[in-house]
Structure formats: structure tokens, C-alpha cells
Design a protein around this ligand. Structure first.
Ligand code: FES
Length: 108
């Protein structure tokens, strides 16, 4: 099962196993990762699953998967950066085993 490491704004790390086909937001919630809220359950309406993809993984993960994600990112509580993604829109594949994402200081 692919592993995803979440690094909090204060540097605290947590690694979770996330099944292929599942999204990063759910992987965080199932494993009690604090920095991801996922209020809308992945329905692309809350932006509380905002994360920063680690620079080493930006190419593999890619940018926003839809215009809706791109637009919703604008309402994220913290600064939107070139590596910002909504974690509910990142689906785990075997190629993303070892993925590292950074969580923002707040989702509200
Ligand atoms: S969980 Fe709401 S937009 Fe991702």
C-alpha cells in the first residue's frame, strides 16, 4: 500500500498507508492527520483539504485536476502557492508511493 508522509507547518511528520485509488484527504482522515480537515468529504466545496505538494513530488502529482479545483483553491484559508493542491483531488497510485505533502498552519 502506498505510503504518504504529511509534514505539519511545525515540522511534525506523520506517515500513513493509503490504498491505491483512495485520495490523500481520506488517507489523512483515516489516519488521524491533524492538518487536513476535509469538511465536504471530497465534494470540491470546502478547500479544507488544502496541502502543499513537496517540491520533489510536484511533477509526479501534477497541478489541479480540474478548473473547479483551481477555482476552489483560491478560497483556501492559507496562501496558495504553485504547489498547492486540494488533497481530496489527489488519487493514490503505485507511482505515488512515498509521496510527501505539507499541511498548512490552518484550514479555516
Ligand atoms: S475535502 Fe472539501 S474540497 Fe477537498
Amino acid at each position: 500500500m502506498p505510503k504518504v508522509t504529511f509534514i505539519a507547518f511545525d515540522g511534525a511528520e506523520q506517515t500513513a498507508e493509503v490504498p491505491v485509488g483512495e485520495n490523500v484527504m481520506r488517507g489523512a482522515l483515516y489516519n488521524g492527520v491533524d492538518g487536513i480537515v476535509g469538511e465536504c468529504g471530497g465534494g470540491l466545496s470546502c478547500a479544507t483539504c488544502h496541502c502543499y505538494v513537496d517540491e520533489a513530488w510536484v511533477a509526479a502529482v501534477g497541478g489541479p485536476s480540474s478548473q473547479a479545483e483551481e477555482e476552489l483553491l483560491e478560497s483556501a484559508a492559507t496562501e496558495v502557492r504553485p504547489n498547492s493542491r486540494l488533497s481530496c483531488q489527489i488519487e493514490l497510485t503505485g507511482a505515488l508511493d512515498g509521496l510527501v505533502v505539507h499541511t498548512p498552519e490552518t484550514q479555516y
